[in-house]
Design a protein around this ligand. Structure first.
Ligand code: NAP
Ligand code: GLV
Length: 327
């Protein structure tokens, strides 16, 4: 019996590719960068499975060209690049990769926090530029992490993992969450649940961990920046669009807030000439929060397992629209 056809939209870690090849006849987009949308539109017509990345837009228009499609599997936990409702209407299950990247992403959020607080990137540039003279009591002084207040917006998997790191550093941790958090979880985590206004006003570091949805788009806007401390540092490892980029640029230029450390931006990628990139008080890395060898391998394999289940007509191990399997 012939194997189902699958399109993999980028080169992925070997273990993930092997797992897909075991169950499907696979075409991998080998070009540099994301598969162009017109190529994706053309190739989707003949495949039963789509193994995609967060750079691929899976919308109504794409699905309309995909009469054979039985499963969409993204190698990411965030699935804002997929029109899940449109997939559900067509009974196409959508898989993602929750959990396996939680700790690695939290490590990166905390690395950004530490680098911003202690001006690590600036200090490294200073040495490379040959500026290092005698020890100076006023040179590159930053802010303490220990004893500071960290605000976390979105107390899900990654938000909780960041809180664990912060309590280890002796920080006071305030969290704002979509729902009330049970008292035992609050006390075990050593965090306080507070209103959005309070987390914004009291945080020395504000770290965002919500998914991108219509409700969270531009959650951090001009009004929010105006209510933050002028010494505050914003950390974003969630999605670029959760922050209003124009308002962020103004807030950093006017020193309404002190600093931003970003793994995600709107748009992505940013050019080296982007005004945000050129600011001295903004540290930007290129969406690498889950980028450890071990985690990317786990994500690739997990996405392959979701794909395999979908092709077999079985419930996906990690499905964002499990209702498609209801009779
Ligand atoms: P998660 O476990 O679903 O956590 C997100 C939490 O945010 C959920 O508990 C959700 O609550 C809560 N939330 C939603 N809207 C909110 C709001 N307006 N205010 C406060 N809380 C809100 O997801 P996760 O695994 O932690 O991942 C979070 C996001 O991080 C992903 O969606 C992805 O976009 C991003 N991410 C980025 C990277 C990277 O490489 N930079 C890596 C991994 C993840 P409800 O369940 O009640 O909605
Ligand atoms: C990365 O951004 C992810 O959502 O996995």
């Amino acid at each position: 019996m012939s194997k189902p056809r699958v399109l993999v939209t980028r080169r992925i870690p070997e273990a993930g590719l092997k797992a897909v090849q075991d169950c499907a006849d696979v075409e991998v987009w080998e070009g540099e960068g994301p598969i162009p949308h017109d190529v994706l539109l053309q190739k989707i017509a003949s495949v039963e499975g789509l193994y995609c990345l967060l750079t691929d837009v899976v919308d109504e228009a794409l699905l309309a060209q995909a009469p054979r499609l039985r499963v969409v599997s993204t190698m990411a936990v965030g699935y804002d690049h997929i029109d899940v409702h449109a997939c559900t209407r067509r009974k196409i299950p959508v898989g993602n990769t929750p959990g396996v990247l939680t700790e690695t992403t939290a490590d990166c959020a905390f690395a950004l926090l530490m680098a911003a607080a202690r001006r690590i990137s600036e200090a490294a540039e200073f040495v490379k530029a040959g500026c290092w003279g005698a020890w100076d009591p006023t040179l590159l002084v930053g802010h303490d992490v220990h004893g500071a207040t960290l605000g976390i917006i979105g107390f899900g998997r990654i938000g909780q993992a960041v809180a664990r790191r912060a309590t280890g550093f002796g920080m006071r941790v305030l969290v704002n969450h979509s729902r009330p958090i049970a008292d035992d979880i609050l006390s075990q985590s050593h965090v306080e649940q507070v209103s959005f206004d309070q987390v914004v006003a009291e945080s020395d570091f504000l770290s965002v961990h919500v998914p991108l949805t219509p409700e969270t788009q531009h959650l951090i806007d001009r009004q929010v920046f105006n209510r933050m401390k002028p010494t505050a540092i914003l950390i974003n490892t969630a999605r670029g669009k959760v922050v209003d980029s124009e308002a962020l640029l103004d807030a950093l230029r006017d020193r309404t807030i002190a600093y931003a450390a970003l793994d995600v931006t709107d748009p992505e990628p940013l050019s080296a000439q982007d005004p945000l990139v050129m600011l001295p008080n903004c540290l930007i890395v290129p969406h690498i929060a889950s980028a450890s060898v071990a985690t990317r391998t786990k994500m690739a394999v997990m996405a392959a397992e979701n794909l395999r289940a979908g092709l077999a007509g079985q419930p996906l191990p990690h499905c964002v629209n499990p209702e498609v399997f209801e009779k």
